[in-house]
Write a protein that binds this ligand. Structure first.
Ligand SMILES: Nc1ncnc2[nH]cnc12
Ligand SMILES: [Zn+2]
Length: 329
């Protein structure tokens, strides 16, 4: 039995495996510029974040209907459950679908067809986090939040993703204020490819409660001290960092340094169809390559539930935490 864990940094569009991409392309009459799944997989060699994002946005053109989003989420939940995920807080990118005329209602209600039955079908509780694309305008983000209003009973929080460099968090001050006023939780990608100052800005200007990635905090010791003091969780994605060249190899990943510094670290899969592993694969990889002890692995699992947005269901959180403590390796 795998170690129970929560997945807190997972883009649902990043779980689109080549096989499902081709199946949906055929179903929807979309042609992909790849002959087959093998040729598509061969394209998964990225120079950095932007080259990944180019393929990620291209491939999601196969997602058209509610059923497509339901099938995508259902496939993810099955894989996640098999790897010990008990709770998943799932990002989605409505603006990336609105571009081709797929409205946020299709996305959210489609995902909900799978998420609504996830506890019963997979034993996985879920939350949805709407991400704004930071390389789109602040006005577009505000329009997206407006369009999300009829679906807010399905949405727990907002996040910020896509190309980071040159798109500081402060650009989205107003939309995060509006999201907070609607009672939404707040997270943001920061310090993945952008500087540590973006992490500080995400905390101070956007009021984020977790930092997605946050890897580059290590360049600013005062910031590390603050993150430790304020118990700000980091949702790290080690396999993503290797594939997008934030680190040279997994053996060079600073996860042990971050843990030793006292940071509240979690490990996550980001875009598992593209980066070579789901949550359990990621835990196995850091265990084997970074030689993490059982105590460290248990700490990472515990942190994942502590950092999750389960404030509305503390009984469940306590149950998950008890499972972590009772786990025998
Ligand atoms: N790792 C990542 N960073 C920024 N935006 C993303 N969208 C999907 N994955 C992402
Ligand atoms: Zn991400």
């Amino acid at each position: 039995m795998p170690l129970p864990k929560a997945e807190l940094h997972l883009h649902i569009e990043g779980t689109l495996e080549p096989e499902l991409a081709f199946e949906l392309a055929a179903r929807n009459g979309v042609s992909l510029p790849y002959a087959d799944t093998e040729e598509l997989r061969a394209a998964y060699r990225f120079q950095g974040l932007q080259s990944f994002l180019d393929l990620y946005y291209e491939l999601m053109s196969v997602l058209r209907t509610e059923q497509d989003f339901a099938d995508l989420a259902e496939a993810y939940l099955g894989r996640a459950a098999a790897q010990g995920v008990r709770h998943a807080e799932i990002f989605f990118d409505p603006q990336a679908h609105a571009r081709r005329g797929v409205g946020i209602g299709t996305v959210v209600e489609g995902l909900w067809r799978a998420l609504g039955d996830s506890e019963r079908n997979h034993g996985v509780s879920t939350r949805l986090i709407l991400c704004f694309l930071r390389d789109e305008s602040a006005e577009s983000a505000m329009e997206t939040l407006r369009a999300a209003r009829p679906h807010l009973d399905r949405i727990t929080g907002v996040g910020l993703d896509s190309a980071e460099a040159g798109h500081p968090p402060a650009k989205f001050r107003e939309v995060y204020e509006a999201a907070a006023a609607l009672g939404l939780r707040r997270v943001a990608h920061a310090g993945e490819e952008g500087p540590p100052a973006y992490i500080t800005e995400a905390l101070d200007v956007l009021g984020v409660e977790r930092v997605d990635h946050g890897l580059r905090c290590l360049e600013d010791p005062a910031l590390v001290e603050r993150l430790v003091r304020e118990r700000v969780p980091l949702t790290l994605c080690p396999l993503s960092n290797v594939r997008l060249h934030a680190v040279d190899t997994l053996a060079d990943h600073p996860l042990p340094t971050l843990l030793d510094a006292g940071l509240l670290c979690t490990v996550n899969s980001d875009d598992p169809a593209y980066f070579g592993g789901y949550a359990g694969d990621t835990f196995d990889a850091v265990r084997d390559t970074l030689h993490l002890t059982e105590d460290r692995l248990r700490e990472l699992a515990r942190n994942s539930f502590l950092a999750s947005f389960l404030e509305d269901d503390e009984e469940r959180r306590a149950r998950y935490l008890a499972e972590v403590e009772a786990y025998t390796f």
